[in-house]
Design a protein around this ligand. Structure first.
Ligand code: ARG
Length: 401
């Protein structure tokens, strides 16, 4: 009997080609695993496609709530953005999918696992490091990386082998979707000075076509996690998917930026991340209301490190858990409401409140009834600026000499 391999299968070009390749080049029987993480897909059709391409068994696993709760919510608590812009949607899903691969491989008693990542991206690192950390004895096969085919050659192979693919030479985008966002790569997007053509966007109404009336929403956070939209409690995955809908309608969440891949390549990346855009913005705003300035400043260092570890495939590194111990401690007071205004591609926090607010109106107000005595300030400034003043006096003197 032929040996087996468990393949992470999305139904797209790379992974469909991989099924055939594993059968042909490695003489392996393929078990496919599709993990539902909030991508808009027909999971029944994906299973049927896998079987049509000769998979001997197919698993379809619903990982939406696990993804939202165990991967996305920690990212919200860490205000996680890479390069100041990318909410890590693809990066966060990889360790979950990799862990499901390992789970199925163990269950089936199989010693080979495979994924469809290329050798030029970050996803290969995320899959491989997670798999190696969970099960160092598993053999990892990455057909697309080993085969080193260009995207056009891949499409040709698919056509020659009767593999139906949702990609054509004219519409060659590589898409990765989950509830935290949609990544779009390849084709004309590889040219960084050209605006993405309208047809790449599927989740978000273009700002110029968005409704003329602004939309207000209020998001309630409890200990750093979003709990409700406009007072309606929603489960994690449901909350995020509902927000994608509302926010996307108003043209908010388009991201187009330059990214530094782990393998040293600069790339132009395009994303649609409606829910992520507003949740991260709202969460950070609330933190700035309830944490001290020292906490806010120091946490930004921790947050940036957390985001970098996750981006660069080190979800399993103990440092991530160490950082989370700090982050979670800070979140005990991040509870309250944040009100946002969505309007034609723009999202703005327009109000916030919290039982743990450090904002003191009596101190902050410029009205006469303030409790802040302005007579305190000159003495404070004398001491605060002393070192700076002294240094400047000395430097001026030295210059004159
Ligand atoms: N640049 C992003 C990242 O490294 C997106 C990757 C998207 N993957 C894809 N197969 N289109 O996380």
């Amino acid at each position: 009997m032929k040996d087996l391999v468990v393949l992470a299968y999305s139904g797209g070009l790379d992974t469909s080609v991989s099924i055939k390749w594993l059968q042909k080049e490695y003489s392996l029987n393929v078990i496919t695993v599709t993990v539902e993480v909030g991508q808009k897909a027909d999971f029944k059709a994906i299973g049927e496609k896998a079987e049509k391409l000769g998979a001997v068994k197919h698993y379809s696993l619903d990982g939406k709530d696990e993804f939202a709760e165990k991967y996305v919510f920690p990212a919200i608590k860490a205000n996680a953005l890479y390069g100041g812009k990318y909410p890590l949607n693809s990066a966060l899903s990889r360790p979950l999918i990799a862990s499901k691969l390992v789970e199925i491989a163990k269950k089936e008693g199989v010693s080979n696992v495979a994924h469809g990542c290329t050798g030029k991206g970050n996803d290969q690192v995320r899959f491989d490091v997670t798999i190696k950390s969970l099960a160092p004895d598993l053999n990892i096969i990455a057909p697309v990386r080993e085969w080193n085919l260009s995207r056009d050659e891949e499409i040709k192979f698919a056509e020659d082998n009767g593999i139906p693919v949702p990609v054509t030479h004219n519409s060659p985008y590589s898409i990765d979707e989950n509830l935290w966002g949609r990544s779009i790569e390849c084709g004309v997007l590889d040219i960084p000075d050209q605006e993405p053509p309208k047809d790449v966007f599927k989740w978000i109404t273009l700002p110029e076509k968005a409704p003329d009336e602004p939309k207000y929403i209020t998001i309630t956070f409890e200990k750093g996690s979003p709990k409700a939209i406009d007072d309606e409690n929603l489960k994690p995955a449901e909350l995020i998917m509902t927000l994608n809908q509302i926010v996307g309608t108003h043209g908010v969440g388009l991201i187009d930026h330059m990214e530094d891949r782990l393998v040293g390549i600069k790339s132009r990346e395009v994303y649609e991340c409606p829910a992520a855009t507003v949740l991260l913005d709202a969460h950070f705003d609330l933190e700035k209301m309830v944490l001290t300035r020292h906490e806010v400043q120091f946490k930004q260092i921790i947050d940036a490190k957390w985001a970098f570890l996750v981006y660069s495939g080190l979800w399993m590194d103990p440092l991530k858990n160490d950082l989370e111990a700090f982050i979670n401690k800070t979140q005990t007071c991040v509870s309250g409401d944040v009100k946002l205004k969505l309007y034609k591609g723009n999202s703005q926090v327009v109000g916030r409140s919290s039982p743990m607010s450090l904002y003191n109106h009596d101190l902050a107000t410029y009205n006469v009834d303030t409790t802040f005595d302005q007579a305190w300030s000159p003495g404070f400034i004398e001491i605060w600026g002393l070192a700076t003043k002294t240094a400047n006096i000395v430097k001026r003197k030295a210059k004159k000499k």
